[in-house]
Design a protein around this ligand. Structure first.
Ligand SMILES: Cc1cc2nc3c(=O)[nH]c(=O)nc-3n(C[C@H](O)[C@H](O)[C@H](O)COP(=O)(O)OP(=O)(O)OC[C@H]3O[C@@H](n4cnc5c(N)ncnc54)[C@H](O)[C@@H]3O)c2cc1C
Length: 385
């Protein structure tokens, strides 16, 4: 009999799990809380496990169409003058040959188009209760219906509701890295920024950047260290970002003005998810819900797709679901541990609080064109491949 999985969340982890399970002969039902597809987001590096998985799943050619070629990275002072520029050629050499620079929303879109005809995807729906029995898992949904499945996959992101229902409260599993980020998409790229280029300003524990997303679009990025994440999140981006960044010059006043009318702003804490197991019986977590590594590691999308692919393989190889889940976790854990460690290490480099540390951080970037420095940077940021 065809096995059935209910997948909570239609982000990168949920859609790649649906696609991979479909390829393994399963019947996936995806429930997504939002009323429709989300779009946009930020540019991410997609490589490593994710790249290999995308190749096996047959979506690599589509992803390749959305690659945004990197160009110059400009580092500026609070008054807008340039401190130094890493030329596009050097930036491109840092990216592995088996990796893309791609919009998060474009990865999601490619996955959605690959799976939408073969999966039952229900928007504006979530899970309200989960009950396991020896033969399956009973899932109650917010539209009043219910599903019986062989497997329930929680792919509902950093603040996973599935995780709370099955593994306990969020506060027990989030490791706070004491930073908050706010990101939004602008429909026009600032004139001085060539396609694929980035410009950023770091000053006293704060980083603000504009990142070209291709097609004349750009993302505005604000990230800062904070001693009180809960207060800053509760106050929201419209109050907090002007308060934290309001004294800076350069493009900052313009970006803060655009923030006021931005259609949607991604605004959240940077926290890792640390769980000592990713499954309980027939319930399994994938993606940020299970192991969020944070943007500091630059690998969350790659892990989401890579983890989904390995999950599908394990379920194909072992008919007993708990055995499959245990084997899958044992295979994936070392990579997640390595990337979480990288995330915690890079945290200190993101928005250094004092000028000397900033200077130290930038030293390898200033000299990145030199082959030995480029080699060391790739190793330190785990970009090799
Ligand atoms: C600024 C920034 C830069 C990043 N840079 C990189 C990078 O360079 N490289 C990289 O690989 N990764 C990067 N990442 C991380 C990457 O975007 C995520 O790790 C990845 O998208 C994880 O996807 P996910 O599907 O697990 O979670 P999400 O994208 O959060 O998706 C979860 C989905 O579940 C839905 N949902 C939530 N709750 C419910 C519910 N109760 N019921 C039903 N549905 C629900 C949500 O609406 C959403 O659609 C970055 C992240 C940020 C914020």
């Amino acid at each position: 009999m065809t096995k059935r999985a209910v997948i909570v969340g239609a982000g990168i982890a949920g859609l790649s799990t649906a696609l991979r399970l479909r390829q393994a002969g399963w019947e996936p039902v995806v429930v997504e809380r939002t009323p429709g597809r989300r779009s946009g987001g930020y540019a991410v590096t997609f490589g490593g496990l994710g790249y290999d998985a995308a190749e096996r799943m047959g979506i690599l050619p589509e992803l390749a169409k959305h690659h945004i070629t990197h160009d110059d990275m400009h580092y500026v002072r609070p008054d807008g003058t340039t401190r130094f520029t890493v030329p596009g050629e050097t930036v491109r050499a840092l990216l592995s040959r088996r990796a893309f620079n791609i919009l998060r929303g474009d990865i999601e879109d490619v996955l959605y188009r690959a799976v939408r005809d073969d999966a039952d995807i229900r928007f504006a729906t979530t899970v309200t209760a989960i009950e396991q029995n020896p033969n399956g898992v009973e899932v109650a949904l917010s539209d009043g219906s219910g599903e019986t499945a062989d497997l329930l996959v929680g792919a509902d992101g950093l603040h996973s509701h599935t995780r709370s229902l099955v593994f306990g409260p969020e506060r027990d599993h989030l490791l706070d890295l004491h930073h908050v980020v706010g990101v939004f998409v602008m429909d026009r790229r600032p004139d001085f920024l060539t396609e694929g280029a980035t410009a950023s300003l770091t000053s006293r524990g704060r980083t603000v950047a504009v990142i070209s997303l291709g097609d004349d679009r750009a993302a505005a990025f604000f990230g800062f260290r904070t001693g009180d994440v809960a207060r800053d999140l509760a106050a929201g981006p419209q109050a907090t970002l002007p308060e934290v960044f309001g004294d800076l010059g350069w493009l900052v006043p313009d970006l803060l003005a655009r923030l006021r009318t931005a259609e949607s702003v991604y605004y959240d804490t940077l926290s890792q998810v640390v769980l000592d197991r990713w499954s309980d019986g027939r319930v399994v977590l994938v993606g940020d819900a299970a192991w969020c590594v944070t943007l500091f590691a630059g690998y969350g999308s790659s892990l989401a797709v890579g983890g989904a692919d390995l999950l599908g393989t394990a379920l194909q190889q072992h008919s007993d679901i708990t055995t499959a889940l245990a084997r899958w976790e044992a295979e994936l854990r070392p990579e997640v541990r390595r990337k979480q460690k990288l995330g915690r290490r890079v945290k200190g480099l993101y928005a250094p609080a004092d000028p000397f540390r900033l200077w130290l951080r930038d030293l390898p970037l200033r000299t990145a064109a030199l082959p030995p420095v480029s080699y060391l940077l790739k190793r330190r940021l785990q970009l090799a491949g």
